[in-house]
Write a protein that binds this ligand. Structure first.
Ligand SMILES: [Cu+2]
Length: 179
């Protein structure tokens, strides 16, 4: 059911876009490129000292072409960095500087869902401009090479919420599944 609703939303969105497009050439180019990358489920885990925090999110590329996450921006910090963990560790360990490696961009292969989750790749938010607390909603923009700038919000959660936030994504229900 969730899948059907999503498909309807997408087709309505496409129809609306078509009406506003300037030229038929731009229209066919967009159709050839297929669906674009989008992101969701962004959350920031509240830091112990309120000076830096870590953000996770899920990026989905339903299209047939790869895309690249170039940059993450949020009013919370001057520079949000992409970090990978070279070894797996607990969330607390991840806040240390030992295991983290900065990466300049993140490839999103075609037909792939990439979940940034504790123990792995994350967005590092150093030198927070103001304190954050559980329940806050923080504006975030992801800039992709193909999809462009995609804005949304990240929910601030506490360590104890992490298990819920990282629960596996619900499997999509096939539209022709017997009920
Ligand atoms: Cu980091």
């Amino acid at each position: 059911m969730r899948f059907i609703v999503l498909a309807l939303t997408l087709s309505l969105g496409t129809a609306a876009c078509k009406r506003h497009r300037a030229t038929p050439a731009a229209d066919s180019a967009a159709l050839a490129a297929g669906p674009k990358v989008h992101w969701s489920r962004a959350y920031i885990v509240t830091p112990a000292g309120n000076t830096s925090a870590v953000m996770y999110l899920t990026i989905e590329n339903p299209g047939a072409r790869p895309d690249t996450l170039l940059r993450v921006t949020t009013p919370l910090v001057d520079v949000a960095m992409l970090h990978t963990n070279t070894t797996s560790g607990s969330l607390q360990e991840q806040h240390g500087t030992m295991n983290m490696t900065a990466v300049t961009s993140l490839q999103i292969p075609p037909d792939t869902t990439l979940a940034l989750a504790p123990g792995g790749t994350h967005v590092m938010l150093d030198a927070l401009k103001h304190p954050i607390a559980r329940g806050d909603s923080i504006p975030v923009t992801l800039i992709f090479s193909r999809a462009g700038a995609l804005s949304g919000n990240a929910a601030v959660i506490s360590y104890t919420d992490v298990d819920t936030a990282t629960a596996p994504l619900a499997a999509p229900v096939p539209v022709d599944a017997p009920r």
